[in-house]
Design a protein around this ligand. Structure first.
Ligand code: SF4
Ligand code: MG
Length: 333
């Protein structure tokens, strides 16, 4: 079965200038990222801010151009799709943003906000459009009474409901949600998450869920990819990842979640130091400057993603058999 979305060797590099006479620095914001998402699945990208998860989402939506790599949606290569065709795909692929305050035009009423996506589709009459808007408002827990109100008359949670209504009104298949609840109060977060899960069931939606918050990810996603400095360092089913985190970075992130009790993390791993400057990442395993298990070779050799269990991969020397030893053993046997 073809995955709904397939991302292969995606790279997004950009240059930063340090002044006229200094060489430019290259930031590898997304560095050779590959994953695929099945229809109906909720796939999470997690990591600290600046790890490349939002940039990955934006590149998939072509809100920014990739440096190289492939993004296939229902088998079609999005990167080389002519702009016109990409526009028609915009109906199927929608985005929910982190900040419901910034993503809704304050000068537009709820009705105007929800009319906008419908405008592209000329087949609806004015009355049909209005009915569609009222129906979607009810689905997201608002009502006809809100039609002529402005975003600033709503709470944060209600605004995110409007943002979600705007994303689902054209009946999309795929939604990229970038930190959709992190600007909301904890009590409101679960309401919005439950709404997203209900909509998923009702409309058969597939989500790419971008978040730094592992407790949210544990509750609502099927699979998780953990990113560090532009790379995926671990990818597994959500349950497996939380029960058997392999990468020391994942273990540290999970041990910081108060309610989780992963079997393999016996002690709490506390991350020391900040995320290194992405314009000047450490050599070898880029996590070695913060890793409590770092070995000599971690400083010089970058570990490749390796399968540690079915559907569970991680990039860490702790799980890679020493190739030299294996080769020697073969020679001497
Ligand atoms: Fe730590 Fe080495 Fe594994 Fe990197 S490769 S996570 S430094 S043990
Ligand atoms: Mg971000």
């Amino acid at each position: 079965e073809t995955p709904l979305l397939e991302v292969k060797n995606l790279k997004k590099y950009y240059e930063i200038s340090r002044g006229l006479f200094k060489p430019k620095l290259i930031v590898k914001a997304v560095d050779d990222v590959s994953f695929s998402i099945k229809k109906g699945e909720t796939f999470a990208l997690v990591g600290e801010s600046g790890c490349g998860k939002s940039t990955t989402g934006k590149t998939i939506l072509r809100l920014t151009d990739a440096t190289s790599g492939e993004v296939r949606y229902k088998g079609e290569d999005l990167m080389s799709l002519p702009y016109e065709k990409m526009r028609s795909l915009r109906r199927e692929i929608q985005m929910v943003f982190q900040d419901p305050y910034a993503s809704l035009n304050p000068k537009m009423t709820v009705k105007e906000i929800l009319l906008e996506p419908l405008r592209v589709h000329k087949k609806y009459s004015a009355e049909e459009r209005l009915q569609k808007i009222i129906k979607i408002l009810e689905i997201v827990g608002l009502s006809e009474a809100h039609l002529d109100r402005y975003p600033n008359e709503f709470s944060g949670g209600q605004r995110q409901r409007i943002g979600i209504a705007r994303a689902v009104i054209l009946n999309p298949d795929f939604i990229v949600a970038d930190e959709p609840v992190s600007a909301l109060d904890v009590s409101v977060q679960s309401q919005v998450i439950n709404l997203m899960l209900e909509l998923q069931k009702e409309f058969g939606l597939t989500y790419l869920f971008i978040s730094h918050d592992l407790s949210v990810v544990e509750h609502m996603t099927d699979r998780v990819a953990v990113m560090y400095l532009g790379k995926i360092v671990e990818l597994a089913d959500t349950e497996e990842l939380f029960e058997n985190p392999k990468h020391p970075y994942t273990q540290a992130l999970i041990s910081a979640v108060p309610v989780s009790h992963p079997k393999e993390v016996k002690e709490r791993i506390v991350l020391t130091g900040d995320v290194p400057n992405p314009a000047n990442p450490p050599s070898g395993c880029t996590f070695h400057t913060r890793c409590p298990f770092a070995m000599e070779k971690c400083k010089s050799v970058a570990p490749a993603l390796t399968e540690v269990a079915e559907g569970h991969v991680t990039s860490c020397h702790l799980y890679i058999n020493n190739e030299e030893e294996t080769t020697n053993a073969l020679i001497h046997s």
